[in-house]
Structure formats: C-alpha cells, structure tokens
Design a protein around this ligand. Structure first.
Ligand code: GLA
Length: 389
C-alpha cells in the first residue's frame, strides 16, 4: 500500500527530498462500551486496518492535503496561520485539528507539509477511522518536528482534544488510545479514570474475532452520543448528593442499587445503570479471559449488548438483527454492538469451524431482512501507531 501511496505523492507533489511514511490503526472494542467518559474500563484492540500517511516538509507555512479515499476532492490547500474548523475543508479538519491542538499546547509547527493519505477502514463503520487519522497525524508531527518529549498517551490525548474541541464530537479517550497504544495479539484493559492500562493476550483457542459491518449509520449519531453523555453527567450529580464519588465507574452494582432512587428520571436511571454494570462486566470479562474462560467472556459480551440495547438505547434494528442471528447460532461464543452505536459494526467471537457458515448464513438472512448486504471481516489484532520509514 505504502508504495502506491508514495507513488501518488510523488505524482502530485514531485519526487525529491525526505519523504516519510506513517501508519495508525483503527480499533474494535471487545467490551466496555460507553464507559470511557464515565470513568470506567474499556477493552479495545487495534486492528491491522488503519490510516497511512506519506509526508514531506515544506519551507513555507503552506499545507497541502490529498486523500486517495476522496480522490475527487483533489489537493486541498490550507496554511498553518489559519487553523480553524471549516466545513468546506471536509476530511482535512481532522489533521488540521491535531495541528491546532499541538500549537495550543505550545508545540510550534515551524513549517508546512505536503501530505497524502490512504485509509482501509470502511468509512462510517464505527471502527475509528477518524481516531486513526488523528493519531497518525500526531505521530507524523512528533517525528517531523522532533517533539521527543511526547509519549504515545500524549498523542492519544491530543487526538481526543482535537476531536472534542475542533471537530465537535465529545468522545472519550478509548479510540485514540487504542490506535496509539495497540499491540499485536493483545487487547488493552484501560482504566479511563487514571489511564493506567494492561495488555491482555487475546487467546481464543479455537475461535476468531469476526466483525460484521451493518453498513448503516443513522444520522443522529453525534447528537445522541452527546445526549447520553449529558444524561450520565446529570445522574452522577444526583448520586453525588448521597455518595462521595467522582465518576459512575467508582460504583459497584450493589452500591448503585442502594443509591439509584436519587436519580429522578427513569431514563437517566437506565443510562447510569448501564455505565455502572458495563464497567463491572468489563472487569469480569478480562478476568474470564485471563482464566481462559472464553465462554464466560462471550456471555458477558451478550449481556453487554442487551444493556446497550435496552438500557442505554444505542443499538438499532439492523444491528439487533445481526446480534440476534449471531447469538442464536451454534458455535458463536458472543456477539454485541461495538463502538458508539446507531449502526456501524458488531463484534463476534466465532468458533473456527463455523466461521464460513456464520458468514454465509448471516449474510443471506441479513440481506433478506434489511435489503442490503453486510460486510464481514475476520480480523487479526495489530500493533499501534508507528513510523514506517
Ligand atoms: C465512540 C467514542 C468512544 C467511546 C465509544 C463508546 O467510539 O469515540 O470514546 O465512547 O463511542 O464506547
């Protein structure tokens, strides 16, 4: 891939000089959904799919961006002196947002860049194509401008800042963290309250991780996401009138049951319940995996889905069809929605011997019920962001 992208870069911008290349992956979250802005735990892993960047320094302050994924938009120009979000700037708002966040922290970008990009994460699939673009921009800037003092955690935090304050989505830290910190064959057990983390080997013995892309993305995604966040924040304030906590992630299920009646609305009670129970489920799921109890891990994934469907209400009809079909199939260990919700993907643990049947059967039934095809990816867990050259 990188050869093709470099060739395109040279065609567009000319062939000389110090051309460098970078990669940052997308992610799939195995369990721990909508817990990362509630001070809870998440358990994502990096994919081998992601975003590639080829870049070269310029002597002036001009930025030139090109993406093979948006070829018809051609080369989009900007300057370091005008880093403000602009609807017309399309996808370049992501790398520009990261540049803005560097400068905001006092990391001065002293010259412009020519940049060419390609990503193989399906757009809008909920596998963090935007986080991977933010993180790959971060490692590029760190390398080009020799900001050695920045850790990979800093790069993730800068990416999240750019998403929150430049691109207007109030996301948590999970996606950027997974993209920056991923490790081949391991998932990351991250405490989003402290950013302490542990790599846990994902040994599924005779099973594989299969992602199904529903190929739907309902338009309310960002506003509904921000609504859920607000509901959890209000529920937290209500709970704080009776218990001394700073996030929902600090409560056990029993504590929640004791205090829940101070939450004035039934909807907010369900939202907070999900945040508390999902966090505890994630802790239990990681224990199960460490004990080689893949079956229990799968049951907890199924319970996670039910909670996201009925209590947090971030699933949708198409996703529920996929999960119902999967959970009913022999040889499927666990199945749930993954990512922000309202479309996107499901993540499934499927026994090797039924993977083919899983894909053909569910593919066929989904098409019949929904009217379009789903896409299936049997995935490997990859490494985090890195300099390629
Ligand atoms: C999106 C956000 C993450 C996280 C998930 C839900 O992917 O970017 O921060 O909140 O939704 O778990």
């Amino acid at each position: 891939m990188i050869e093709k992208l470099t060739q395109k870069f040279q065609e567009l911008y000319g062939g000389q000089g110090d051309i460098r290349a970078y990669f940052a992956p997308g992610r799939v979250n195995l369990i721990g959904e909508h817990t990362d802005y509630n001070g809870g735990h998440v358990f994502p892993c990096a994919l081998t799919l992601g975003t590639y960047v080829v870049a070269r320094s310029r002597e002036d302050r001009v930025l030139r961006f090109y993406s093979m994924n948006f070829d018809s938009l051609g080369v989009i120009k900007a300057t370091l002196d005008d880093l403000v979000p602009d609807e017309k700037a399309s996808w370049t708002n992501y790398p520009k947002g990261v540049m803005w966040a560097f400068e905001k922290r006092g990391f001065q970008l002293t010259h412009g860049l020519d940049i060419a990009i390609y990503g193989d994460i399906p757009n809008g699939s909920g596998l963090s194509s935007s986080a991977s673009l933010e993180v790959v921009t971060g490692i590029m800037l760190k390398d080009v401008f020799s900001f050695e003092q920045l850790s990979m955690t800093d790069i993730a935090l800068i990416g999240q800042d750019s998403e929150n304050n430049y691109n207007g989505c109030n996301c948590g830290i999970m996606d950027q963290f997974a993209s920056a910190m991923g490790k081949k064959d391991y998932a990351i057990f991250l405490d989003t309250n402290t950013l302490n983390y542990e790599y846990v080997p994902v040994m599924l013995k005779d099973a594989k991780i299969v992602i199904i892309n529903s190929k739907v993305k309902h338009s309310l995604v960002d506003s509904a996401y921000n609504d859920r966040r607000n509901e959890c924040e209000i529920a937290l304030k209500e709970l704080q009138t009776v218990t001394d906590i700073s996030s929902l992630g600090e409560l056990t299920e029993e504590e929640f049951e004791t205090y829940k009646d101070v939450i004035q609305s039934p909807v907010r009670q369900k939202r907070a319940k999900h945040a508390v129970y999902e966090n505890q489920r994630t802790i239990k799921a990681v224990e199960a995996l460490k004990d080689n109890n893949v079956e229990l891990f799968g049951q907890l994934m199924n319970a996670s889905h039910a909670s996201l469907r009925y209590d947090y209400e971030v699933s949708c009809e198409e996703i529920d069809i996929l999960v119902d079909l999967a959970q009913a199939m022999p040889g499927v260990i666990g199945s749930r929605i993954t990512g922000g919700g309202f479309g996107g993907c499901t993540v499934n643990i499927v026994k090797n011997e039924v993977v083919d049947v899983f894909i053909t059967e569910i593919g066929k039934e989904y098409k019949e019920k929904v009217g379009h095809e789903a896409e299936f990816y049997v995935v490997d867990i990859g490494d985090g962001a890195r300099v390629l050259r």
